[in-house]
Design a protein around this ligand. Structure first.
Ligand SMILES: Nc1ncnc2c1ncn2[C@@H]1O[C@H](COP(=O)(O)OP(=O)(O)OP(=O)(O)O)[C@@H](O)[C@H]1O
Length: 598
């Protein structure tokens, strides 16, 4: 509780301070209510005897005032707590996202240990730490109220009874809190199973709605979700069965202690204890029973685990996936000479097969190189190495003869910002069309003329004409006035984004399957504009469509992890090797189907 309160005070100082004051008032009110209830009962004979007078009615007035405060406080406290929780969540969001976003590499994003720690830090149902700060303040309120009630019992009846009541309440709260915390812990440990179930759930609701209907997978998915969820819940149910009897025993003991104390107080009344004292003590004992807050205990325990995971996330990522700590370099004009793969081999972490082995490739600055190869040949992997997202297992990736592996993380970050790319699974932001373009270089200002020119080059202008609010149209139908784009239209927008990044100063353009979703006319237009698209930019084009790559001055063929052929289209056709075979296979298929693209 202190750790969470300290954290809350750091990130939402004013709210937490106000909450602390309200919590103290609340505890005082609970104590006052118990005492005044006794006084009201104690004054009843006087009221009956003398009628309503200021001297006899004051306890009633105080009681009414306390009841009013007691009724008004919870909503105010709850609003302050929610506010404090939201501010905490904002900070937690930052502290969870940054360790994942900051590294220049991407291997940590595929690491299940990092994924589980992130899930623990965040919490599965909302942000656990934000809820924990709220719960810590709530727990403080109930603890203070219990202390106040104990004080009253001690002053009016017996300190032994006060001690027995508070020990019984705290013990029962602790036991039940532990039961809930154990369930949370089991839940935390089984993140893998729950992540699988959550994934299937999301898939059904959002990610694959069309395919699900076409393949009639609805029932199968529901079935699978139920299976995954049930399997993930088994450890939890086992834990719950284990704790049922100890919990029941604790609760019975707690009720027995409170019942005995109430009975003792009630019988003390017949041995000369004043009725007002008896009533106040019984009210305090009942109030003590109501301060019992096991879910607060469990929430706080859960938040402490999450807090530990959050504070450790940074170190965990750094330890398991160290950032490059080489030397700085000025990347502002890279590449001035070339990008060169020198005898590069690479295998993914945890894999036992090389994707690239002994690969040599040079992309001269300002020139365009096309890369072809069968599925899984390693083309996209080569792009990840070029961007410094992974380091080669052997060999070097050199930019202007500087080995990327020798650089520090800031320089690698600078180099990554020099690269504009359309990757195969490019992002489709549910933002405005303009934002979708602007995110190619968020620091740059988009001039209208430049935007129109880029949009002409990428072929997006004709799509833009149809947008109801032009560049401001939101590209997601689930928002008011939003529209959906077709796959090819999205691809043209992604190309616009990459070209905008080039316009804003990126020196390298990577086009990974830029025509995959384009129709034959749009593809032909793109081929015609290819020279214009890549003029003066160092570019790497990857495509399975030979019609797209054949215009490139240099085409490289990737096979079995290395470049096996390179040259112009005519050179490679004359060589009559891999390229010529693949080209003829595709051309024959197009001729058979009447398509003349190849
Ligand atoms: N993150 C990863 N972890 C482990 N293996 C991976 C990972 N990404 C890709 N691979 C493997 O690396 C190999 C090369 O994949 P890559 O995506 O580079 O091929 P590609 O030539 O781009 O294929 P395609 O033409 O189908 O896009 C594949 O066998 C793939 O399974």
């Amino acid at each position: 509780m202190p750790a969470l309160l300290r954290y809350g005070l750091r990130v939402a100082r004013a709210r937490v301070l106000v909450a602390l004051v309200l919590v103290a008032i609340r505890a005082g009110t609970v104590m006052g209510l118990s005492y005044t209830t006794g006084q009201v009962i104690g004054h009843l004979p006087a009221v009956l005897r003398q009628g309503a007078a200021v001297s006899t009615l004051w306890p009633l007035v105080v009681l009414a005032g306390l009841l009013l405060i007691n009724a008004c406080l919870p909503p105010v406290l709850s609003a302050v707590l929610w506010d404090a929780g939201s501010m905490t969540n904002e900070d937690v969001g930052d502290r969870i996202c940054w360790p994942l976003l900051a590294p220049t590499g991407v291997s940590h994003l595929n690491d299940p240990v990092v994924a589980d720690t992130r899930t623990q830090a965040r919490g599965r149902i909302g942000f656990a730490i934000g809820a924990g700060v709220r719960a810590a303040l709530g727990l403080l309120a109930t603890r203070l109220a219990a202390l106040g009630s104990a004080l009253l019992i001690g002053l009016l009846f017996s300190w032994w009874a006060a001690l027995a009541a508070i020990i019984s309440t705290l013990a029962a709260e602790w036991r039940l809190g532990r039961t809930i915390a154990e369930e949370f812990a089991v839940w935390h440990r089984s993140t893998g199973g729950h992540r699988r179930a959550d994934y299937v759930f999301e898939l059904g609701l959002r990610d694959a709605v069309k395919e699900l209907r076409v393949f009639g997978l609805g029932a199968h998915l529901v079935d699978r979700y139920v299976r995954e969820w049930t399997q993930a819940m088994v450890p939890q149910w086992t834990a719950r069965r284990r704790t049922t009897w100890p919990t029941l025993a604790t609760m019975t003991a707690h009720l027995a202690v409170l019942g005995t104390l109430i009975w003792m107080v009630a019988t003390a009344g017949s041995h000369g204890m004043a009725p007002s004292q008896v009533t106040s003590t019984i009210a305090a004992l009942l109030a003590m029973g109501m301060t019992f807050n096991p879910s607060g205990v469990a929430e706080v325990a859960r938040a402490c685990d999450a807090y530990q995971a959050m504070t450790g996330l940074d170190g965990l990522v750094a330890e398991r996936h160290p950032e490059p700590n080489g030397v700085p370099a000025d990347t502002a004009a890279w590449p001035g000479h070339s990008i060169r793969f020198d005898n590069v081999s690479f295998r993914y972490p945890g894999s036992d097969a090389d994707v690239l082995s002994g690969l040599d490739l040079e992309i001269p600055a300002g020139q365009s190189v096309a890369l072809v190869g069968v599925n899984g040949a390693g083309k996209s992997t080569l792009v990840k190495l070029l961007a410094g997202c992974y380091r080669p297992t052997a060999g070097r990736v050199l930019v202007d003869e500087v080995d990327l592996a020798s650089l520090d993380s800031e320089t690698i970050g600078g180099w990554q910002r020099r690269i504009a790319a359309i990757v195969q699974d490019f992002l489709r932001f549910p933002f405005s069309a303009l934002d979708n373009v602007r995110l190619g270089a968020s620091h740059a200002v988009v001039g209208d003329e430049a935007l129109a020119e880029i949009s002409d080059t990428s072929g997006f202008t004709e799509v833009h004409r149809k947008l109801p609010d032009g560049w401001d149209t939101i590209l997601d139908r689930s928002f008011d006035g939003g529209v959906d784009l077709s796959g090819g239209e999205w691809q043209r927008l992604a190309l616009t984004r990459a070209l905008f990044a080039v316009e804003a100063g990126a020196g390298v353009l990577i086009l990974d399957e830029p025509a995959a979703a384009l129709d034959s006319r749009a593809e032909a237009e793109m081929v015609d504009r290819y020279i214009e698209l890549t003029a003066g930019v160092t570019s790497l084009m990857i495509s399975h469509r030979f019609s797209v790559v054949r215009g490139a001055r240099m085409i490289c063929v990737l096979d079995e992890g290395r470049i096996v052929e390179q040259g112009s289209h005519d050179d490679l056709m004359d060589l009559d090797g891999h390229y010529a075979r693949m080209f003829r296979t595709q051309a024959d298929r197009y001729l058979q189907t009447g398509d003349t693209r190849a």
